[in-house]
Design a protein. Sequence first.
Length: 100
Amino acid sequence: MPLPDFDAAPSLLLTPQQLAPYAGRYRILGDANTVELTVADDGLHYIERDGEGELVRESRLFALSPDRFELREIPVTLEFEGPDRATLKAGDQVFVMERM
């Protein structure tokens, strides 16, 4: 019996120009946390801070499609509905992010 494949889903390689519209600072509606998305040579980076400005998480996002990304360390996906709004899904929880 073959062992299950635990490798992550393949990600797309998007250019900095394709990622640039998503860069910026977002607030998570109904929560004090904010998320900053930055573009680097290796892709889009996610930096979350709590209401006091303390770092919660910093991670690279992996593109599943041109407007859908995932964090690999924890089961979180981020799907954009245009450059100013995104839905963040963490397990059964769903959060809306809006550009500040």
